[in-house]
Each structure stands twice: as structure tokens, then as C-alpha cells.
Design a protein around this ligand. Structure first.
Ligand code: SF4
Length: 385
């Protein structure tokens, strides 16, 4: 097929005029810098990465510095970007690179793929950008573009369809290794900005697609039928209670288990998440003893009850994850004493020091709001009552 032979040249020519230029991670052969940008760009908009990437690189300028950092420091820097397993994997991967590869990323995509958090497409991108290896990439935008160009039948989640796309992606690579960085960037940009999910340029008519005369879905007038869709189930909804336990300007935080959602982040003590259909009626107020038992099951409840008073309903926050919705009911509780029942995973933290902790975004916003309202220093306890 002619397009297979000409695709890389036409795409590189397109990038010279209409591709994204001047991104801080472009034209960089440092595999560490490429890797951080690739991980950050997964599931995060370019505009956000443009703001956060330089900050991350300033704080952790080398793989050695990142590997030596405390995981809490990494999670705190990642706060707000979501998908925290990426931050945990970055940290674990940096350690692997230091221990197994003496601090140098391997150039072989198969070895890169064995590192924590690096999938086949990311391995291809690092190998292509940093080492000019002829390795294909296949992110969601590229899958869509190829499925349209070649009218690939079947859902993208299907294993056989994926294999077919990987083969296609390999067959389209430019012959010269030195063209790999620009080609890879161009492929990413084309799918992200021109052959977009809902408004590809061939349908909007805003711009002239360089592949319009060869793209099989365009020629057969079926662009939006590719890639073929799978029917998504409705996102399940969950409920949980969180305790905002405060003493003056101190708040009690609990470290989440590393394998859970928001793994390794610091959060408010919370009850288990239950399906919304099983949850308590919205207007029912639980008693303090039950709440403390649910959220702090490893603490003896009698001493807790001695210092915890004034249960008050707080905000009800809806947080949307990719595959689920979580309703968080905040319960304000006054503690007559701070520094009681602290442990490795349970800490009293001052509002002014919250920045040192990686917090889930909704909890960060809630506590930042308190910090601003109270000026970070609640000397007058009655303000809380
Ligand atoms: S013609 Fe349309 S569907 Fe085909 S590659 Fe171009 S923008 Fe994408």
C-alpha cells in the first residue's frame, strides 16, 4: 500500500508546518527528562504539564535525585495531577534505574519496558526520542489515527486488534533512525490536534488533512465510525465518611495504603467506601462512637471519645474518578488534645505545613479552604464550634 511507504515523510513534512513546537521536553536526548515528560503526559493535558513539568524537573533534576527522595516528597510534588500510581511508579522506577542500570536508562525498548510503570508505547517513545531507536509508539491518539487511516475493524481493547495496530505502527516507521524523534513527536501531535476524536479536520473543513486522499475511512465517509466503540457501563457511585478532626490549627491525617486508590497519599481518616445504594440515608447523622470506630478501627474507642466532641456535618463532596464517582461526607469533630493517638500512619499536621504532604485533590482543596478562611492559625477555638 502506497501510504505505508510515504506516511512517515508526509507526517514529518506536516509537523514542520503544523506540529507543536517549542515544548520544553522536545529536542531533548536526556532519557530521564523524556521519561518524566512521557509519564506526566499520560492522562494529563499538555497545558497542565507545561506548568508542572519544569517544577518537577527543578525539584528532581536527575534520576539519582528522584531515587533518593522520600516518596512523600514525590507525592507532594505530584499532588493535583491525579493518577498517583504514576508518581509511585516514577519513584520505584528511578530506584530500579539506579540499582539495575547504574543510573543510566537502557536504550533497548524491551529493557525499558521491564521498568516499573513503563509500558510498550512509553518505552518506544523514550527509545525514539532519547536514543533514536526505530521503536513504534501506540498511545490512544495514535490508535485512533491508524484505525481511521486503514479502517481497522474491531474494538481497540481487543487483543488481536492491538496486535494488528502494533504491526502497522512498526511498518510505518521512517527508515532513518535520526528521523525517529521528529516522526514520533509528529505522530503524537497529529492524533492529538488534527485527527481528534470528535472533530477531525477532514470533517470540520478547517484544515486540509495531508492524508485525506489516502485515508480509507475518509474515502468511504466513515470517519466517526472508527475506531469502533465498546459500550461503556455507567460509572458506579460510592459513599464514604471522612473525619475532619481538628485541634486549633492542627488536623489529623492518615496515610492511605499504597495499593489503594490515592495510594500512599495522606488523607482524612475515613470509613470504607460503600456502594451508594447500600449507604446510609443522606440526612441521617451517625453517632460519634460509630464514626470513630469506622474511620479509626485500630484505635481504642474509649480514649478517643474522651477527647473528641462536637460532631457536626460538614461538606458533601463529589469526586469523579475515571471509572467511579465518590461522594465524601465530611464530619467536623473537635479534639480537645492534639498529638494523641499519633502513629507512623496517623499524624497531626498544622494547616501551614500541609504543602509537605501529598494529599488527594478534593482533600487538598478542602483543607486549603480552611487554611485561607482561618488564616492557617485557629487560635480561637470557638470559631470552629
Ligand atoms: S482524513 Fe480525517 S480521519 Fe483521515 S487521517 Fe485525516 S483527519 Fe484523520
Amino acid at each position: 500500500m502506497n501510504l505505508i511507504k510515504t506516511f512517515s515523510k508526509e507526517l514529518i513534512a506536516w509537523h514542520g508546518v503544523d506540529g507543536r513546537q517549542g515544548l520544553p521536553w522536545q529536542n531533548n536526548r536526556d532519557p530521564y527528562a523524556v521519561w518524566v515528560s512521557e509519564i506526566m503526559l499520560q492522562q494529563t493535558q499538555v497545558a497542565t504539564v507545561l506548568e508542572r513539568y519544569p517544577r518537577f524537573m527543578k525539584r528532581f533534576p536527575t534520576v539519582k535525585r528522584l531515587a533518593a527522595a522520600d516518596i512523600d516528597e514525590v507525592l507532594a510534588e505530584w499532588a493535583g495531577l491525579g493518577y498517583y500510581s504514576r508518581a509511585r511508579n516514577l519513584h520505584a522506577c528511578a530506584k530500579q534505574v539506579m540499582e539495575q542500570f547504574s543510573g543510566k536508562f537502557p536504550s533497548d525498548p524491551l529493557l525499558l519496558e521491564q521498568l516499573k510503570g513503563i509500558g510498550r508505547s512509553t518505552a518506544g517513545a523514550i527509545a525514539a526520542f532519547a536514543f533514536h531507536e526505530r521503536a513504534p509508539i501506540l498511545d490512544a491518539n495514535v490508535k485512533r489515527t491508524l484505525a481511521r487511516l486503514f479502517c481497522i475493524d474491531g474494538a481497540l481493547q481487543d487483543k488481536k486488534v492491538n496486535e494488528q495496530l502494533w504491526e502497522l505502527a512498526s511498518s510505518l516507521l521512517p527508515a532513518k533512525p535520526d528521523d525517529m524523534p521528529i516522526y514520533t513527536q509528529a505522530l503524537m501531535d497529529f492524533g492529538a490536534t488534527w485527527c481528534t476524536s470528535r472533530k477531525p479536520v477532514c470533517l470540520t473543513g478547517e484544515k486540509k488533512c495531508p492524508f485525506a486522499k489516502e485515508c480509507q475511512s475518509n474515502l468511504s465517509d466513515q470517519v466517526l465510525l472508527f475506531p469502533q466503540k465498546t459500550i461503556k457501563a455507567k460509572s458506579p457511585e460510592f459513599d464514604c465518611d471522612m473525619l475532619l478532626l481538628r485541634h486549633g490549627n492542627h488536623v489529623l491525617l492518615q496515610k492511605r495504603p499504597s495499593k489503594a486508590i490515592w495510594g500512599g497519599l495522606w488523607c482524612l481518616p475515613e470509613s470504607a467506601w460503600v456502594a451508594k445504594s447500600m449507604a446510609r440515608a443522606n440526612d441521617a447523622t451517625p453517632n460519634l462512637k460509630d464514626l470513630l470506630t469506622l474511620a479509626l478501627p485500630h484505635q481504642p474507642v474509649a480514649p478517643l471519645l474522651k477527647i473528641c466532641t462536637q460532631l457536626e456535618r460538614g461538606e458533601n463532596i463529589k469526586h469523579i474518578f475515571t471509572h467511579r464517582h465518590l461522594w465524601i461526607q465530611i464530619w467536623n469533630i473537635h479534639a480537645s488534645k492534639a498529638h494523641a493517638f499519633s502513629s507512623e500512619d496517623l499524624k497531626w499536621v498544622t494547616l501551614a505545613n500541609l504543602g509537605q504532604y501529598g494529599l488527594p485533590q478534593p482533600i487538598k482543596l478542602l483543607l486549603q479552604g480552611l487554611s485561607q478562611v482561618r488564616g492557617g492559625d485557629l487560635k480561637n477555638e470557638s470559631a470552629f464550634r
